[in-house]
Structures are given as C-alpha cells and as structure tokens.
Design a protein around this ligand. Structure first.
Ligand code: ACO
Length: 401
C-alpha cells in the first residue's frame, strides 16, 4: 500500500469517487409464510410492522466471504479495474468468517489483490458508511488511490430461529463499491460518524471474546445468537437518522433541497417513514428494498445503492445521502455527489486479466496448501525443506498479471 509520504506538498486535492458497485444475494428465498411454518408469526404481522415480505438465506456452501467476493467481483467489473490496482480492502460485517484472519484478507486473497491491505470493520449496520468514510479519507490524503469497501453478512447464521422478535427481520447478502482518487470535485463530500456505547446491551451478538474467555458472560444472552430490544432500537433509529442527515448535509455545504436520494439502512419501513416525517421530506426520496431482502445489516446500504443505480434513480452530478444505524450503538450519515456514469465501457483485455487474476489466486492458494502439506510430511528432511521453501517463495512472488 503506498504511504502518505507519496503525496507531493501542494498537490491538487484528491476527491474519492465511487466508480464501481456490485451486489450478491443467495438464491434461496424465505418468505414470511415459510417462516410461519416453524415460528409463531404470520405474513400480515411481519408486513404491517416491518414492510418485509421475504429475505435471502445462505446455503451451506455460502458464507460472508463468498457473498462478499461475488459482490466485490461485480464492483470491479463495473469499475473496469484489476484486483492488482486495489490498495485497500475493507469488509464491514457483524458475521465475519472468523475473529481473525479477517474476511477482508480472505477476499483480498481470492481476488488476487496482492498489493492491497485488508481489514474487517465492526460497526454493525452502520459499518458500510464507516468503511466508505475510512477509505475516502485515505484516498483524500493521497495515501492510497483505489479502495474496495464491502458490506457482507450471513445474519441467518446468528439468528435464534425460535425468537420471533428477531428472526423475521434479517436476511443475508453483500454489496460493494470501488472508490478511486480523482481531481474533479465530487464523490464523498462529508460524513458524520457517531457512537453511544451506553446502548451496548440493546442489541448484540455475544461471541468468543475477552469477557467470555474469563467465564464472565452472565447477562442471559445466548452465545453466537443475536439479541435485540426492538422498541428501544426503533426509538433510537428514528431519532438519529434525521439528526445525522442534517449534520452531514450541513458539513457538505449543501441544503436538504439539493438531496435527490437517501439510501438508508433497511431495517423497518416504519423507521424510514418516521425519518421522512422528521425531516419533512417526501418518503419516496428514500430508497427501500427491504420488502425483498429484509435487514441485511452492513450489506443493506450497498445493496440498496446498487439497485438504485441499476434502476436509473441515481444520476451524475446529483447529491445523495447514505445513513446507517445499529449495534454499538452506532450511526453514520454521508453525503456523496454522484460522479460515475451509468455504465463504464469495459475493455476485453481487462476483463480477461480479471478472470486470470481470480484463477491465479485459486491456484496460488491450492499450491500453498499442497506445499505446506509436503513440508509437514518431509518435516525433518532439510534438503527437501529448502527446495520447498524456494518453491513457496516463487509462488509468493507471483503477484503481477
Ligand atoms: N410475529 C407476530 N407477533 C410478534 C412478532 C412476530 N414476528 N414479534 C413480536 N410480536 C408480538 C410481540 O410479542 C408483541 O405481542 P404482545 O403485545 O402480546 O406482547 C407485539 O407483537 C408487539 O411487539 P413489539 O415489539 O411492540 O412490536 P413493534 O411494533 O415494536 O415491532 C420490531 C417490533 C419490528 C422489532 C420493531 O421494534 C423494530 O423494527 N425495531 C428496530 C429494529 C432495528 O431497526 N434494528 C436495526 C439495527 S439491527 C443491527 O444493528 C444488526
């Protein structure tokens, strides 16, 4: 990753533009009626209280990393850039593959983004906006040129499927954007990131951690399953959405009248309606697709953004807002001046090089696994070990395509 020192003093300021976007959801759809077959609920309650009709659920072969990878590949395709051009990969998630290695590192490897740094970001449903802000700040300082920010979740894996208060709300999916440095004014204009850890017990997923490993977890929650105080989170969300959008609009130096679209975290249709009332704006300014996906946590904003762009709701030069809220408690708003054309002419050569990069990444991972196994097998045999070490160094050196 290039360092901040690469930037020339007095150089033209960089803006961080969103130049690519992509999404991925599992094939399997679970309707409200499907849910009603195993938990005490019904389609009418879920639709009227939340607006959700159905959600996508990951199969056994799918995970946060596989969904995130697909969304990332779609975003790279859309931006027509190569994995090797990426300087940074951030995955915002509450359902990572592991505590470490990060899901971002797994995706970085599977893309063949061999020149990128990678890390996961934990800010629950606000995570995507936090991640875009981190990446855009790195771009604006000149420290990096190109970043991939992914919001990816498999919420179905942390649901208590007997708890009707939570299991009807969530779904699985991933969305991603590519950010790139540019000298034209636009892209990410402002961001407001906030947290109130005083509300930590209102929603969460207790998992292995510093408290649990000392045997101190005794708050009635189930390990690895999500819990939520819905009505308190509802009140919190309706309060912070309007407030933080107004702050971000102010910071961006624009007025509410200039906002053409708001892409909110997709938690509940009634929360969005309440925010529209608070801001005294037309609710149709908000993008909603939670009827088809439910709450996909950190993935919900990039998925909604993707669909908004694909259906022509986002136009060049227009201002839009992203607003997220969730566990922590955390919340975040951001103003973006959209600067990407509807579609980018893709070059055949770059498309082929991207495919080659993915294939090479798979082969490199397989070769590394094999060489480690052989190494273990021949443990004590020093000459064989040296030859294998040389082979491994050669594999590691394949980072250009
Ligand atoms: N089906 C049928 N009845 C239900 C269900 C269900 N799935 N869930 C709850 N009920 C019942 C309750 O038991 C209660 O019954 P009672 O009156 O007999 O006790 C009644 O419906 C009303 O329950 P409430 O909890 O008051 O329902 P409410 O209208 O508040 O809706 C909801 C609940 C949908 C959870 C809402 O509070 C909400 O959306 N909260 C915000 C969630 C959110 O925004 N999360 C975002 C962050 S997520 C993250 O960060 C990962």
């Amino acid at each position: 990753m290039p360092t901040a020192g690469n930037r020339k003093a007095g150089a033209t300021p960089f803006y961080a533009h969103i130049v690519g976007w992509g999404m991925a959801v599992p094939e399997t759809v679970m309707t409200n009626d499907d849910l009603a077959t195993f938990v005490d609920t019904n389609d009418d309650w879920i639709r009227s209280r939340t607006g959700i009709r159905e959600r996508h659920i990951a199969s056994e072969r799918e995970s946060t990393a596989t969904l995130g990878l697909k969304a990332a590949q779609a975003a790279l395709e859309c931006a027509d850039i190569l994995p090797i051009e990426l300087d940074l990969v951030i995955v915002a998630t509450s359902t990572p593959e592991n505590i470490f290695p990060s899901t971002a590192s797994l995706i970085q490897d599977r893309l063949g983004a061999t020149r990128a740094g990678a890390f996961d970001l934990s800010a629950a449903c606000s995570g995507f906006v936090y991640g875009v802000n981190m990446a855009s700040q790195a771009i604006r300082t000149g420290s990096i040129q190109t970043a991939l920010v992914i919001g990816a979740e498999t919420m179905s894996r942390v649901m208590n499927w007997q708890d009707r208060n939570t299991c009807v709300l969530f779904g699985d999916g991933a969305g991603a954007v590519v950010l790139r440095a540019g000298e034209d004014e636009g892209g990410v204009l402002s961001a407001v990131l906030r947290s109130d850890g005083g509300g930590a017990d209102l929603l969460g997923i207790p998992t292995i951690g510093s408290v649990d490993t000392l045997g101190m977890l005794d708050n009635g929650h189930t390990m690895h399953k999500m819990h939520m105080n819905g009505s308190e989170v509802f009140k919190f969300a309706t309060r912070v959405i309007g407030e933080s959008i107004l702050q971000a609009v102010d910071l961006a130096g624009i007025t509410m009248n200039e906002l053409r679209l708001i892409v909110p975290h997709q938690a509940n249709e009634r929360i969005i309606q309440a925010a529209a009332r608070h801001l005294k704006i037309d609710p149709t300014l908000f993008v909603t697709n939670l009827d088809r996906y439910g709450n996909t946590s950190a993935a919900s904003i990039p998925i909604a953004l993707c669909e908004a762009v694909q259906t022509g709701r986002v136009k060049m030069g227009e201002h839009l807002a992203f607003v997220g809220f969730g566990g922590g408690l955390t919340w975040a708003s951001m103003i973006v001046k959209w600067s990407a054309p509807q579609s980018v002419d893709q070059t055949l050569l770059k498309r082929q090089r991207r495919q080659f990069s993915y294939t090479l990444a798979r082969w490199r991972a397989a070769l590394r696994r094999i060489s480690r196994r052989i190494n273990d097998f021949f443990g004590a045999l020093n000459p064989a070990r040296r030859r294998l070490a040389r082979l491994r160094r050669k594999i590691d050196a394949i980072d250009t395509i």
